[in-house]
Ligand binder design. Sequence first.
Ligand code: ADP
Ligand code: ASP
Ligand code: MG
Length: 415
Amino acid sequence: MARIVLKFGGTSVGDPDRIRNAARKVKAEVERGNQVAVVVSAMSGATNQLVKWVNDIAPIHDPAEYDMVVATGEQVTIGLMALALQQMGVKSRSWGSWQIPIRTDDAHAKARILAIDTGPLGAAMSGGEVPIVPGFQGVSPGGRVTTLGRGGSDTSAVALAAALGADRCDIYTDVDGVYTTDPRIVERARKIDRVTYEEMLEMASLGSKVLQTRSVELAMNHRVRVQVLSSFDAALGSDLPGTLVVDEDEIMAQGIEKSVVSGIAYSKDDAKVTVTRVADQPGVAAAIFGPLADANINVDMIVQNVSLDGSSTDITFTVPRTDLARAIQCLEKSKADLRFDAVKSDTNVAKVSVIGVGMRSHAGVALAMFRTLADKGINIQVISTSEIKISVLVAAEYTELAVRALHSAYGLDAA
Ligand code: ADP
Ligand code: ASP
Ligand code: MG
């Protein structure tokens, strides 16, 4: 007998038929003799609608009230899922996050899970009941509703699996696994059978929204076996060949030949900022990035160009698009101390990244990327690298072209 957490995303619970379909998959796992807990998202589109209403009433808002509103999407689906299972003769009940409870910190709208009390849930599971848990939320130390950031139900599911010591966490979504790139933009994307935690972490944080970044981090730290699979497949249960997110050792041990690049990700969530004609002297970078760090703004890619006369420099970097206004405000405030010419910004940019653990032992991966983009006439604005990824910033209109060209260049296209 195994303990399994099943998570169903928005499209997988998008209407009553989809919910019944998901419930059948739950029932199949129960009939295999497994103990099952279920995490659900809100119906697809529901959270967007709730966010819209909040912004309509108050564009700048109290994040605690934002959380109170946007957490309601999952309240609907936990109840409906429990009802669908009851209709099929499966013992089930819904649990509000405050009833479990799922404890988080009080960083509203981007809270982190601190602990999940699994006593009552574990007892219910041992008694043959299927608990249905809302994704994306918890309660703060002060007892208020919090949410975990968009896409946070993945994180709820992995956290619950870790807390329950589950044998597996199955993430049911609208694609049948993790692909070499977003299958919505590259038709010839290929499904990956096994991906390492590290690669998945890079892919998620660089824009592949199939799993929330934090969920992969948690899975890696707690060694939760995560499987991504489609709820649209007619077959029932865990025999479906989804994608397993596992340790690199496990892939090595099976002697699977890994390609140097395993995936391509893109993101349009960044903005480019250029501070022009800053004095070229020690301490300048610290003077620019210090205030941004103090304001909790994450700077990602950075490039510095010395001006022709050598006395001043332009510094270009990226920040999350949602923080752009604050970043500019922050820099303008320090203008008196910093002495620069101007702050320029551009939101018409995309970050395209190639990812693969094989890069550690192969030279020339970056060169192949630069050549491929040059052949397509795509200008690279900023570059950043780590051991297992290379990212470039390009004009947003070239995103699809760049992703497709790189996908072919690294031999990832499906036959
Ligand atoms: P859910 O509502 O089930 O959480 P999401 O929309 O959050 O589903 O995530 C699934 C989507 O992620 C897919 O429809 C796909 O377009 C997108 N996606 C982006 N990159 C990838 C990738 N590398 N592999 C698979 N799906 C990806
Ligand atoms: N419903 C939430 C969202 O749309 C959480 C999730 O789907 O993972 O962001
Ligand atoms: Mg999602």
